[in-house]
Design a protein around this ligand. Structure first.
Ligand code: SDX
Length: 392
């Protein structure tokens, strides 16, 4: 501090806003959306109900839920010219980079979404992105696989239709597997919001300049991509595969994670807020066992993950730093069992986090929050005169 400005790197001890959306207790490992415990929501709700509750404040009744879903379906068409943008990407492009670009491009095809001030304008932007984002997610994956880009079918539920758009094969009728549908519902619910994390703070600060929702979300997708944030779920699987390739040598990776000289971190471990078990990790770990068992999938990676967790929970380095598995540690194992490519794992995180980002952006705008503009402590050169080029 310089007596006037106090620097708080990473905002570890800074509150950016008052919010009524999500409650976290890092010590007790509690997570609630609009007062509802995620353990109950993950068990009893479906993703669209939770999205409605996050965005509008309460679980919807049947009439509200049906209207929300039909308004979303009415807005799920994506201008076909978006396919020209998708075609322009190399097949090697990372899906998060493609998705961030396509989400921003939506503004070009929906100019009314640029300036949203009234609640009605906001509602229109909300149902537009809730309808179009899953299409962009599915098309991003399908393009890399050389498969046709479709819309699924209007008769299906929100999550069922996402599965159909992602997985239907041209020469067969796609049948929804209830195990996969329930697993995806649960995963999307568990990723739906998490108060002022890095990507949500990015959505809020971008939106605080009154740029539209789609552009604010595009910024949030970029922030989520980072391996320290949502990108960790892909990094976890790559780490577990590396350990498997090393003959399951978890000790080697534990040692690397503790080596201060080595930038390697045990991906999927640690959290800024949870200094106890991440309640989402607990649910996902249990679901991983159930889903793999129900699908009859044997995945040695799950056993490696459990061995790594067990070792870390008994290792003083991790225990004294309160490093426990977080939401990203087990989620990729379920995505993989569902046939989702590893470079799409963080996209699935974004798909789940979409309603949370929307809810937080809407709250920021309705609360008329001021534009985000922090200060700094200047530590650079004192004033000095210009020096001509020939004299430098
Ligand atoms: C998500 O914020 C959210 O809510 C995010 C999220 C959400 O829902 O939006 O929960 C989703 O992003 C979960 C986190 C996914 N990231 C990873 O799994 C990447 C690995 N984790 C770390 O990079 C780290 O734990 C963070 C980024 C999650 C938290 O970082 P912090 O709070 O800034 O902690 P830190 O870097 O100050 O670490 C404290 C100490 C350090 O050691 P010392 O310098 O004190 O000796 O713990 C060490 C760190 O080196 N440490 C780790 C570690 N995480 C922290 N050491 C090894 N492996 C790790 N994973």
């Amino acid at each position: 501090t310089n007596g006037v400005i106090t620097i708080d790197p990473g905002y570890k001890n800074t509150g950016s806003c008052e919010s009524a959306i999500t409650f976290l207790d890092g010590e007790k490992g509690i997570l609630r959306y609009r007062g509802f415990a995620i353990e109950e929501l993950a068990e009893k709700a479906d993703f669209l109900e939770v999205a409605f509750a996050l965005i509008f404040g309460n679980l919807p009744n049947k009439v509200q839920l049906d209207k929300f879903h039909s308004d979303i379906k009415a807005q799920s068409l994506v201008d076909d010219d978006i396919k020209k943008i998708i075609d322009a990407f190399p097949k090697t492009a990372h899906p998060m980079g493609v998705l961030s670009s396509l989400t921003s491009a939506l503004t070009a095809f929906n100019p009314s979404s640029v300036n949203v001030d009234s609640e009605e304008d906001m509602y229109n932007s909300v149902v537009k992105i809730m309808g179009k984002f899953p299409v962009l997610v599915a098309w991003t994956m399908r393009k890399k696989q050389g498969l046709p880009l479709n819309y699924g079918s209007k008769s299906l539920g929100y999550v069922e239709n996402i599965l159909k758009m992602m997985f239907e094969q041209p020469n067969e009728d796609y049948v929804i597997n209830p195990i996969v549908k329930n697993a995806l519902d649960k995963l999307l619910i568990l990723h739906a919001d998490h108060e002022q994390n890095c990507s949500t703070s990015t959505v809020r600060i971008a939106g605080s300049s009154h740029v539209g929702l789609f552009s604010s979300l595009s910024a949030g997708i970029s922030a989520l991509w980072g391996p320290l944030h949502g990108g960790a779920n892909q990094a976890v699987l790559e780490m577990l595969e590396a350990i498997q390739a090393d003959g399951g040598d978890t000790d080697k990776y534990m040692a690397k994670a503790k080596d201060k000289e080595d930038p390697f971190r045990l991906m999927g471990f640690g959290h800024r807020v949870y200094k106890n078990f991440d309640p989402r990790a607990k649910i996902i770990k249990k679901a991983a066992d159930e889903v793999l068992n129900d699908l009859g999938v044997e995945d040695p990676i799950l056993e490696i993950a459990k061995a790594l967790e067990k070792e870390a929970l008994n290792d003083p380095y991790f225990v004294e730093r309160k490093l426990y598995p977080n939401v990203d540690f087990y989620s990729g194992i379920i995505y993989r069992a569902m046939g989702i490519p590893v470079d799409m794992f963080t996209v699935m995180f974004a798909l789940g986090r979409l309603p949370g980002w929307i809810a937080q952006w809407r709250e920021m705008r309705l609360n008329k929050e001021p534009i985000g503009r922090p200060r700094q402590i200047y530590v650079g050169e004192t004033e000095r005169g210009f020096i001509e080029l020939e004299k430098r």
